[in-house]
Design a protein around this ligand. Structure first.
Ligand code: SF4
Ligand code: SF4
Length: 150
């Protein structure tokens, strides 16, 4: 992490972060890789435990992150200039959303704790708690709606 400025998340505006700093904000919770159901009328977003086909729920990471668009063309590339559009559906504990809201990161964030394991220990991640979208027909997604682990 030597190319990250000390405590950059407390001082550097999102739009002025370097690419490594921006990437380091992701805590690896995996929650944004769960499918959501959005009510067309109310705009309400419900989270399900039905995971994207590329999510490894042991590591909570995308198994083909660099070339994921070959498999999942609509996977969103989050950037400082599109955060305004996406923040509403992002997990409440997501570092991008927290900073966008002007809030601090939690102590379990790997940038603060120094270890990825703290995200799992705090029960924030989706580790071992998903079902695959391959095995779960869309009609059944409603049966898998969950509260976001926070
Ligand atoms: S919800 Fe945010 S912090 Fe968690 S994996 Fe997704 S982008 Fe990273
Ligand atoms: S393609 Fe990868 S990064 Fe995108 S939602 Fe699926 S698992 Fe997550």
């Amino acid at each position: 992490m030597s190319d990250l400025r000390p405590k950059f998340w407390e001082k550097v505006p999102l739009k002025e972060m370097t690419t490594p700093e921006w990437e380091a904000l992701c805590d690896g919770c995996g929650k944004c890789c769960l499918n959501k159901l959005e009510d067309e009328d109310s705009g309400e977003v419900a989270l399900t435990r039905v995971a994207c086909r590329l999510l490894d729920d042991a590591t909570c990471r995308c198994v083909h992150y660099e070339n994921r668009h070959q498999f999942v063309p609509d996977c969103i590339v989050l950037r400082p200039d599109n955060l305004d559009t996406h923040a509403y559906w992002m997990p409440q504990t997501c570092a991008y959303r927290l900073l966008w809201q002007g809030k601090p990161l939690y102590d379990w964030h790997p940038l603060i704790s120094g270890t990825q394991q703290s995200v799992h220990d705090a029960n924030i991640s989706v580790q071992f708690d998903t079902v695959s979208e391959f095995d779960t027909p869309f009609e059944e997604w409603e049966d898998h709606i969950i509260e976001e682990p926070t």
